[in-house]
Write a protein that binds this ligand. Structure first.
Ligand code: GKR
Ligand code: MG
Length: 448
């Protein structure tokens, strides 16, 4: 039988609803955006991929379509090679990465072609009748993948004008987590309630608190409160590099036994890169550190590894590619370092993709990040992978192992088209909380 050929590539931008989640960059807007790639092959199969939203990524994908259509599903690597010849993957736009969490630079770190890689691996897996994880690295290592409970501070959406910022309301939901996730959560006691609700719903055993919102000492109180409530949990805090080296050391030095590892505690300062500063933080505190900021491509990773500046690399497949993320796990394993995955807001197609990558990663795998708990219910799939007992279930069907719900995709596309802007902007909502607020990568967003 001849290998099926990709007949059509559709790029469908979509949007979903979000809470007023707080980070160093400001406050999440009421909606987030993503781009879907849908490939159809001559055997009648559909391959899907999901990646970050925004016009830059969308337009890049549309320009790549002629390099994909007409190709046999077995030629994924050849297609990616053609794309890389066209777009120069080593362009300097991405070289600063997101060391300072500058959201305007995220679109250079995210590489559209990895959505095509995902959709092609989906088709190839269906053709060969194996799950995608069997096609990656050394094949499937596990059939469920631990995820962490990704906790955020949440601001009161009623402080923004409903006419302009229509945050989702779930106050009449019968699900306690669904109700809570749309309310204000700004104190240690409320963060503990959040952790309890997430643990009750998904069975997660470990937590990450997104910091960079309040003063570091207040965030440490929240971390202590989580650990007191869940003594067995691995608790991690991620201020996205908001603290100076001195502050980070002061804040963390007495937290051994409470924090398991720290994610991007500090970043570039005084002429030193985030990699050098993280190394000094490690020297001073002996804490393990994780990153999705100082190593977002192989060139940055070279310097990170040379300095031994990081112990846990959160290799988002949307930054590194699917093959690239698994290659990272293969590199880290013999060095005794740990692999993990970073996330931004996403739909359940990415959840399925994380399940496949998490299933194929070798060596030590940290519980994966996922924002899905904030989006759960807005499913674009008929068969959304489930998180049970804190473990994401790896789909058993071939390829990505999931099926699109086209009606939901059309609705999410209509929502996208109704938005005034498609790019992430965390400043607008923030300016309703603090008039005139502007981003400062060294100041927690509610500290002005
Ligand atoms: O989605 O707001 C967010 C996160 O803060 C995101 O921007 C970060 O990139 O979650 C990410 C992280 O772990 O640094
Ligand atoms: Mg992070």
């Amino acid at each position: 039988m001849s290998v099926p050929v990709i007949e059509r590539m559709q790029v469908i931008p979509v949007a979903g609803y979000d809470s007023m989640l707080m980070t160093l960059s400001g406050a999440h807007a009421p909606c987030f955006t993503r781009n879907l790639v849908i490939l159809t092959d001559s055997a009648g199969h559909t391959g899907i991929g999901e990646i970050h939203g925004g016009d830059y990524t969308h337009d890049g994908l549309v320009a790549m379509a002629p390099l994909v259509e007409g190709t046999p599903v077995s030629k994924c690597r050849e297609v990616l090679q053609r794309i890389h010849k066209m777009i120069d993957p080593h362009s300097t736009e991405a070289s600063e990465g997101i060391q300072t969490l500058d959201m305007a630079k995220l679109k250079y770190v995210v590489r559209s072609e990895w959505a095509i890689e995902c959709a092609m691996l989906d088709l190839l897996g269906q053709y060969l009748d194996v799950p995608m994880c069997q096609l990656l690295g050394e094949g499937q290592q596990r059939d469920e993948v631990e995820v962490l409970g990704y906790l955020f501070y949440v601001s009161d959406k009623r402080k923004t004008p409903a006419s302009e910022m229509q945050y989702i309301d779930e106050s009449d939901s019968t699900d306690p987590w669904f109700r809570l996730r749309r309310e204000e959560i700004l104190t240690p006691a409320r963060i503990v309630e959040e952790a309890e609700a997430v643990a009750a719903k998904y069975g997660v055993k470990n937590f990450k608190l997104k910091g960079g919102v309040l003063r570091g000492a207040e965030e440490m109180e929240a971390v202590r409160a989580i650990k007191a409530r869940f003594p067995e949990a691995r608790v991690n805090i991620d201020p996205n590099g908001a603290w100076s080296l001195r502050e980070a050391i002061d804040l963390c030095k007495d937290m051994h036994g409470i924090i398991t590892y720290v994610e991007d505690p500090c970043g570039p300062e005084a002429g030193f890169s985030g990699r050098e500063i993280m190394r000094e933080f490690k020297n001073a505190t002996q804490f393990q550190v994780a990153t999705n900021m100082i190593a977002t491509d192989w060139r940055q990773f070279y310097h990170t590894a040379s300095l031994n500046a990081c112990d846990i690399i959160l290799a988002d497949p949307h930054f590194w590619g699917f093959d690239g993320a698994i290659r990272m796990s293969q590199l880290l394993e013999p060095w005794g370092l740990t692999f993990g995955i970073h996330s931004n807001n996403h739909f359940d197609i990415t959840l399925a993709a994380f399940a496949q990558v998490g299933a194929a990663a070798v060596g030590r795998v940290a519980p994966l990040d996922t924002h899905w708990i904030w989006q759960d219910g807005q499913n674009l799939l008929l068969d959304t992978p489930q998180i049970i007992g804190g473990k994401l279930q790896v789909p058993k069907k071939p390829g990505l192992g999931v099926t699109l719900n086209m009606k939901r995709v059309e609705e999410a596309n209509a929502l996208y088209r109704s938005l005034p802007s498609h790019d992430r902007n965390d400043a607008t909502a923030m300016q309703y909380l603090i008039p005139g607020w502007t981003y400062n990568h060294k100041m927690p967003c509610l500290v002005r």
